[in-house]
Ligand binder design. Sequence first.
Ligand code: C5P
Length: 238
Amino acid sequence: MQSEIYCALDTSDIGQAENLAGQLSGQVDGLKIGMEYFYAHGANGYRKLANAQMPIFLDLKLHDIPNTVAQAVHALAQLEPRLLNVHGGGGAAMMRAAADAAAQASDSGLAPPTMLAVTVLTSLAEGDLHAMGIKGTPREQVLRLAALARANGMQGVVCSAHEIEALRTEMGDDFKLIVPGIRLAGSDAHDQKRVMTPEQAQSAGADILVIGRAITEADNMAAAAQAIKAGLAAQDGD
Ligand code: C5P
């Protein structure tokens, strides 16, 4: 199966974000908007980017008590993002409340977002988990939280490229795996330490690749996106 590509618009500059969204419309499968943009420009800023008629992954990583997260999901569902996420560390009841709130969007005639859990931030190493009283390796914690997420209504997780295979094996084919940290062969890894090429991530079983700078820093963004898609299509056809 060919992986989709969502381009990360990592900017709080509204003009720049609109320019990126306009240039990438039709060239990638969706856009990812994160905290820096959403906190600066809110729902109105979101709607400006939604004008590009692209599916949007609203990457706000909600984490609070179940009632508060449910209300937040209800509010955000009015914007009809394709994907929305919460922290798996918020626990079973929080994820269930978020999933239920998302599903209720259809009662109001809205398309409910696909709900994702963030498992372990890739900025956390084993020592950081131990300092928080979490035993075992980050990978064990990722698998534990992914199972908890699925059992509580989450439809997928955001994961690092190196966790794709283990998650695919454990969670089966219907669980969505959304993967950042993608780099083109031979290119700058920037601040990403554990990277994979788009083709490697696709063959490991990623559903969606989140790609930022490999597209947004290209001289011709549309051409960069097309080249990545062509590589994925060629591999998928093998
Ligand atoms: O520019 P780059 O391709 O590294 O952008 C990747 C996007 O995915 C950024 O929005 C980044 O914040 C996000 N992300 C990540 N690593 C994670 C989780 C999210 O790079 N583990």
